[in-house]
Design a protein around this ligand. Structure first.
Ligand code: CO8
Length: 259
């Protein structure tokens, strides 16, 4: 598959997608979003995919936001549509049936942090800086940042970060729960290793966990518990559950097939 602004490689069933516009700190222009959308559609068609890692080219930036040079002259209606389009692509990433990790190797600002928050987890290099600086441009986050950040760290902290537009260091981002881990070296390799570790469990159970948590957090508690019960029941239709339980009782290691 040919791309102009992203790199896509597969390593042992795990896709590594690199936003590749280092001269502009990997800003998301129209081409990047179009290619990101195509790449996610492609990844979804690949059977036995274990996970996805998203990172940015170079050592300075994950993604420094939407490409500001494309903002001039946009009408309110064009801006609204652009916002909806970006949100739909990030939702596709969030809904992938396997874990995804944003390997934040520098700035993750505006649309960059919004992209990272659409992933299941966020790992950061020590030099990472994250934030929603849109207010400094007279704008607000448009790729679901107000909503995902609020769900991630609570409304008060989310408001403080969105209203000040300040940059948050990797250490603070870890402390308040925007990132899950700081990785000193070999960030992408560590993200790949984590996905491999997760997928040593039953991949189908891993998927149901993700589905129950992600869909359930948008529901009232009782409805979300009903979703959990349904998925719990479905586990009993899988070979993996039979294998996992038998293996425990037979005191051996389980061999899961993801079925
Ligand atoms: N868009 C376009 N170009 C960018 C962007 C960006 N977001 N960020 C950096 N660049 C470019 C710079 O213009 C510069 O280009 P050039 O070399 O041609 O001058 C190059 O990248 C390097 O950047 P700097 O020289 O500025 O590097 P510094 O190390 O001095 O600063 C910063 C790094 C602090 C990251 C700084 O570049 C910066 O503040 N960038 C903008 C960050 C920002 O405001 N991001 C939010 C953008 S808005 C957004 O994401 C909204 C998402 C929803 C959109 C909804 C659709 C309508």
């Amino acid at each position: 598959m040919e791309f102009e602004t992203i790199l896509l490689e597969e390593r042992d069933g795990i896709f590594v997608l690199t936003i590749n516009r280092p001269k502009v700190l990997n800003a998301l222009n129209h081409t990047v979003l179009t290619e990101l959308d195509r790449a996610i559609d492609f990844i979804k068609t690949k059977e036995n995919t274990l996970g996805l890692v998203i990172t940015g080219a170079g050592e300075k930036s994950f993604v420094a936001g939407a490409d500001i040079s494309e903002f001039q002259g946009k009408t309110p209606e064009e801006a609204r549509k652009q916002s909806e389009w970006g949100q739909s692509i990030f939702k596709k990433i969030e809904d992938l049936p396997f874990p995804s990790i944003a390997a934040i190797n520098g700035f993750a600002l505006g649309g960059g942090l919004e992209l990272a928050m659409s992933c299941t987890f966020r790992y950061a290099s020590p030099n990472a800086k994250v934030g929603q600086p849109e207010v400094k441009l007279g704008l607000i986050p448009g790729y679901a940042g107000t909503q995902r950040l609020t769900r991630l760290i609570g409304h008060s902290k989310a408001m403080e970060i969105c209203m000040t537009g300040r940059m948050v260091s990797a250490e603070e981002a870890l402390k308040i729960g925007i990132v899950d881990r700081i990785v000193e070296e070999n960030l992408v390799d560590e993200a790949i290793k984590s996905i491999k570790d997760i997928q040593k469990n039953s991949p189908i159970a891993v998927y149901y966990c993700k589905k129950a948590i992600m869909e359930g957090k948008e529901m009232p508690f009782e409805k979300a518990c009903a979703l959990e019960s349904n998925l719990f029941g479905l586990c009993f239709a899988t070979e993996d559950a039979k294998e996992g339980v038998s293996a425990f009782l037979e005191k051996r290691e389980a061999k899961f097939k993801g079925k």
